[in-house]
Design a protein around this ligand. Structure first.
Ligand SMILES: Nc1ncnc2c1ncn2[C@@H]1O[C@H](COP(=O)(O)OP(=O)(O)OP(=O)(O)O)[C@@H](O)[C@H]1O
Ligand SMILES: [Mg+2]
Length: 313
């Protein structure tokens, strides 16, 4: 497979704090790669290094076949970056923002016009093209931001937390756009704090924890390493909790919260079996909830600690 990005032993420190502590990457062309990690894990730092915005202290990397250290210009020409914080100029309209981008990249007359109107159409922004982008919703602003990145038709697109803060519908729209991009052969490097987002989009996921990749693989590989979903039962007395724990072997109890956590194979059948067991022993639960694994579970199981934000200094 053709590699869009390879990196070996990338390091970056601020003072004596290692923010990237030896990152290895190997990302196939035309695939979606997701770097998954909590606040402060080093996601933006990785993006900044790979996009030539920041110099690494050590290690090597090739992006689009070019050496990051010796050919940063060639790297820049091949990539597009949509940062964590939108680069949209709020005083300009959507169309003006795109035109400004086209001018920045010296697109001329006919091509400039064509590219701008194509992108407005494609991102469903044509109707709002003449409105100031300060009046756009968060989802529209993200779309415009990404459209601006695509003005140069990059082969590799970096998206730093493209859906953080968006409502569920706008997130889905963004996911569709990302999928569409790869069907046109573009490679996507995407960072996220959401396991479900990485799961939905990525061909491969790397889990980043305090500057180190602690797990890497397909979404299925990773999910196999983390505990599956579970059912949580809450009781009103410790006596009920005792009886339930006896009736449901393999469950984990929390005496303080009066809850019992029962592994769940998913589906209605396992839930019914569980409820039947409780009924047979005449136990009533105060509350029943089904819990699917999230980034916190992934972290707990891969690193043995929760997703705590790394403190600077
Ligand atoms: N210029 C800087 N000077 C000092 N420390 C920095 C600098 N930039 C980043 N850091 C530290 O490096 C660590 C990683 O930061 P980074 O922004 O890469 O994390 P992130 O994974 O993108 O987090 P978030 O999800 O919050 O965006 C953090 O502890 C941060 O405080
Ligand atoms: Mg970040």
């Amino acid at each position: 497979m053709n590699m869009a990005i390879t990196a070996s032993g990338l390091r970056k420190s601020y003072g004596d704090k290692a923010v990237l502590d030896g990152i290895d990457l190997s990302i196939g062309a035309g695939t979606i790669f997701s770097l998954l990690g909590p606040n402060g894990a080093g996601k933006t730092t990785t993006v900044n290094v790979l996009t030539t915005l920041l110099k690494a202290d050590g290690g090597t990397a090739h992006v689009a076949g070019h050496d990051l250290a010796t050919a940063p210009q060639a790297v820049r020409a091949a990539i597009g970056v949509t940062g964590q914080f939108a680069a949209v100029d709020e005083l300009l309209t959507g169309e003006e923002n795109l035109r400004m981008m086209a001018d920045l990249h010296r697109l001329k007359g006919g091509e400039r016009k064509r590219v701008v109107s194509e992108l407005l159409e494609r991102f469903d922004l044509a109707e709002s093209a003449k409105k100031r982008s300060s009046t756009y919703s968060g989802g529209m602003r993200r779309k415009l931001d990404l459209a601006m990145t695509l003005v140069t038709r990059p082969q590799i697109v970096f998206l730093d937390e493209p859906t953080t803060g968006l409502d569920p519908r706008s997130r889905r729209t963004m996911w569709e756009i990302v999928r569409e991009l790869t069907s046109g052969g573009v490679t996507i490097f995407l960072t996220t704090q959401y396991l479900d987002e990485a799961d939905q989009l990525a061909d491969r996921i790397a889990v980043l924890d305090q500057g180190r990749i602690v797990a890497e693989g397909t979404p299925d590989d990773l999910k196999r390493q983390v505990p599956g979903s579970h059912i949580r039962l809450r009781f009103t007395t410790i006596g009920e909790l005792d009886s339930a724990a006896r009736a449901l072997p393999g469950s984990t109890r929390d005496d303080e919260a009066l809850t019992l956590r029962v592994p769940d194979s998913g589906g209605t059948k396992s839930l019914r079996l569980l409820l039947d067991r409780l009924a047979e022993s005449a136990i009533e639960a105060e509350e029943v909830s089904v819990h699917t694994p999230d980034l916190d579970d992934v972290f707990l199981s891969l690193t043995g600690h929760a997703t705590t934000e790394a403190t600077a200094s």
